[in-house]
Design a protein around this ligand. Structure first.
Ligand code: NAD
Length: 492
């Protein structure tokens, strides 16, 4: 068993209580590491350190150019350690090494991109409609940011938040998921090596109610940047309102992947598989509702089932594995329970539907790639996020029907459209209520392109130039350059 420490004010330490909790390897089902079990006292120490670094410490005295240089240096260190960090993520969350290696090799780009943006945060001189005044704006950092993340892509989702937050001049306290804290605790040593002053970045591990709760309630935290379920996101939004904190929320989805009869069918089959079975369906943008035009339904299903049957489950560290285990035991139970619900609601099981108990699955928490057909959009399997390898196939008649089914969801995170008609692609991308629409591709993400949700899928945007605004507030400065002060009882 490996034992980890948390990272507060530039030092690794045990939790204030001295307690630990175990992290399990989803492939073996066995505990492999002990994580410090943080509580209110650890949150207090971390927030105070972050506040000191922000308000009076070395961070606030650095120029934006110096901040940017530190971020770029951090990116170099992540690139150096990518292989080691990817292996830790696989051990802790069971995703494929190929997927985590791809993420880790791309993560440095967040630090390069926002490092480059750090010294380009500019105010504006406003050409006022009132003579005798000089008016300009300053874009100032919000202060201490609480970063709370889920278990499915631990370091990548953290990078999406801390890179713009640090570039903006904020300091951060990170609470990783209790299921996948190891990679963030290893990553933390890179901040010191890159030369970040103590307190700028802190990591407190533990449970949602014991660490997350005190963190979002802390009065010195001015912004909460959260990725996770809509249920927790809603609770955070309510708690934040009590202190008028800024909030950004990246939440769940039930994304439609829509195939028209004029699509390249082989490409669309590939896109449907990638949408739901990559990452074992444990991705917020999973294309978990496959909408098929009636005229191609049967032919498409034949090809889809043939390809899905070839998906290889097994050791996530093995290069030929295509579907890994479910990351957590509760999530494994939840996925299986949704398979029962879909059956009871009248959906037809076309593939899978059972725990993966082949020899190559070992004692891991595997669920077979599962496909339901004859799904109606009002069934729970079409309305609720499963977060696992379970696909709901729904028929549609025409473009209007596809739009209506796609938008009949409380979520709006991603959507795929497969068509060879550019006019249809443009019409669909306009009508679908979703933060991202992919045409003839699926699950493409870039540091440069805004990402976020409509409706219950969230508030705010990550990635791209504008994401840095999520960590800034605007101040308007007025200087009287000769205007008479006049009547004190009348607005100037
Ligand atoms: P979760 O909401 O259960 O937990 C997320 C984090 O919140 C964890 O660190 C948890 O400890 C913490 N938390 C729980 N209760 C809390 C509380 N009361 N106060 C403060 N913090 C609390 O989500 P999960 O199961 O870890 O992750 C899966 C969910 O994340 C899915 O719904 C998925 O769609 C979503 N997700 C969204 C995106 C996106 O970018 N939109 C990306 C990945 C995952």
């Amino acid at each position: 068993m490996q034992r980890y420490q948390m990272y507060i004010d530039g030092r690794y330490a045990d939790s204030a209580s001295g307690q630990f909790f175990v992290s399990e390897n989803p492939y073996t089902g066995q505990p492999w590491a002990e994580m410090p079990r943080g509580n209110q006292a650890d949150v207090e120490a971390a927030v105070q350190a972050a506040h000191k670094a922000y308000a009076q410490g070395d961070w606030s005295r650095l120029t934006p150019t110096q901040r940017g240089a530190l971020l770029r240096k951090l990116g170099d260190l992540v690139a150096r350690d990518a292989e080691k960090l990817a292996a830790t993520e696989v051990r802790d969350n069971g995703k494929l090494l190929a997927e985590m290696r791809g993420q880790l090799n791309y993560i440095p780009q967040w630090f390069y991109y926002y490092g480059g943006l750090a010294d380009k945060i500019q105010g504006t001189v406003i050409p006022l409609d009132k003579p005798g005044y000089f008016n300009f704006t300053r874009n100032e950092p919000l202060g201490v940011v609480a970063v709370i993340t889920p278990w499915n892509s631990p370091l990548m989702l953290t990078a999406w938040k801390i890179a713009p937050a640090l570039a903006a001049g904020c300091t951060v306290v990170i609470k990783p998921s209790e299921f996948t804290s190891a990679s963030m605790l290893e990553f933390a040593s890179l901040f010191e090596e890159a030369g970040f002053p103590a307190g700028v970045v802190n990591v407190v591990t533990g449970f949602g109610n014991e660490v997350g709760g005190p963190l979002i309630e802390h009065p010195l935290v001015r912004k909460i940047s959260f990725t996770g379920s809509d249920k927790t996101g809603k609770a955070i939004n309510v708690a934040a309102a009590g202190h008028f904190k800024h909030v950004s929320l990246e939440l769940g989805g039930k994304s439609p992947n829509i195939v028209f009869e004029d699509a390249n069918i082989d490409d669309a089959v590939n896109g449907a598989i990638s949408g739901i079975f990559s990452a074992t369906g444990q991705t917020c943008i999973a294309g978990s509702r496959l909408l098929l035009q009636e005229s191609i339904h049967d032919a498409f299903m034949e090809k889809l089932l043939a390809l899905a049957k070839t998906a290889r489950m097994g050791d996530p560290m093995a290069s030929d594995t295509q579907v890994g285990p479910i990351t957590t035991r509760p999530q494994y139970d939840k996925v299986l329970s949704y398979i029962d619900i879909a059956r009871q609601d009248g959906a037809r099981l076309a593939l899978g539907g059972k725990p993966g108990n082949r020899p190559e699955c070992g004692d891991g928490w595997f669920v077979e790639p599962t496909i339901f057909t004859d799904v109606k959009n009002d069934m729970r399997i079409a309305q609720e996020e499963v977060f696992g390898p379970v696909l709901a196939v729904i028929k549609f008649k025409d473009e209007a029907d596809a739009v209506s089914i796609a938008n009949d969801s409380c979520y709006g995170l991603g959507a795929g459209v497969w068509t060879s008609d550019i006019g249809r692609a443009l019409r669909m991308s306009e009508k679908i209520q979703s933060g991202t629409v992919w045409v003839n591709t699926y699950r493409a993400v870039s540091v440069m392109s805004p990402f976020g949700g409509y409706k219950h899928s969230g508030l705010g945007r990550e990635n791209g130039i504008d994401a840095i605004r999520e960590y800034l507030q605007t101040k308007s400065v007025w200087i009287n350059s000769g205007a008479p002060n006049g009547n004190p009882f009348v607005m100037k």
